[in-house]
Design a protein around this ligand. Structure first.
Ligand code: SF4
Length: 270
């Protein structure tokens, strides 16, 4: 009987996520704050004070700049905005261009920006698109939350290895270094050593808001400008795996295009 059950299991459809069909939002998550979809947007400058990371700047009552690479998705600004901001559920916050995560909204509409792709990322895509990549993770003074989500990215639901992304113990065997945390003074040298030991062509990946911008802390010195920035404190496992697929060129994605599309759909429904 047990053997029959095992044979049936072989033919059962896999329960892991279909990354091809995944959208940028998650109904169970707070996501990044965005201007409310109703018309007549105006925001008071005093709201800047509620943000613990300096993640939003109000240049005029009609203009706000969010740095989603510094945003913890804590929702404090939404609570203090008298209905002018909303939690969006938009969680796929990642780009190969740090500037792409800084979004200027005028009258609630994001200003267009074209993401720049560096030569290093183009080279990395060439070698990893069909074969995937291996990475060494460096826990660089964080609180282990991002590491917990990275661990979860290998479970049967998110199945990072099915996306051809594996973790290895030694940077000598890796194609990329993933770091989480704000890189405190004691972790600057270990991160540099891990990077120097990784053979090229290689990529440096900042995973989580603290790694991207420092979050609540001053971020330490990095070996180089990262090749991929993943926002979220911590980012969800599906966001991490999707960001890796995008870095490899296996997933077509532009944070700015997806966000603009999302905002325009919300506004047309309101
Ligand atoms: S960190 Fe919190 S308060 Fe600051 S922009 Fe993000 S959600 Fe708003």
């Amino acid at each position: 009987m047990k053997q029959i059950q095992e044979i049936i299991n072989i033919f059962r459809p896999a329960k892991n996520l279909n990354f091809e069909k995944m959208g940028p939002t998650n109904p169970n998550a707070r996501g990044i704050p965005v201007p409310a979809s109703k018309k007549g947007f105006h925001l008071d400058k005093s709201i800047e004070k509620v943000c613990p990371t300096g993640g939003l700047k109000v240049s005029s009552s009609k203009e706000v700049i969010f740095d989603y690479g510094a945003c913890l998705q804590c929702g404090h600004c939404v609570e203090a905005s008298s209905g002018q901001l909303e939690n969006s559920g938009f969680v796929h916050v990642y780009s190969v261009d740090r500037e792409a995560l800084k979004v200027r909204y005028i009258d609630g509409v994001p200003v267009a920006y074209e993401e720049e792709v560096s030569e290093n990322v183009k080279q990395f895509r060439k070698i990893t698109k069909n074969t995937g990549f291996q990475y060494r993770e460096v826990a660089a003074s964080g609180n282990n939350a991002t590491e917990a989500e990275i661990n979860a990215s290998f479970n049967a639901v998110f199945d990072s290895e099915a996306s051809m992304v594996r973790v290895v113990a030694s940077p000598k065997h890796s194609d990329a270094v993933v770091f989480a945390g704000p890189v405190g003074p004691n972790m600057e040298i270990p991160l540099q050593v891990a990077w120097d030991t990784t053979p090229g062509p290689k990529a440096l990946i900042a995973c989580g808001t603290e790694a991207v911008s420092g979050g609540l802390f001053q971020r330490g010195k990095l070996p180089k400008e990262p090749d991929l920035f993943i926002g979220g404190d911590p980012p969800r496992p599906d966001v991490i795996v999707s960001a890796f697929r995008y870095l490899m060129g296996r997933k077509k994605f532009s944070f700015r295009e997806e966000l603009s599309k999302f905002i325009s759909e919300r506004r047309s429904k309101s």
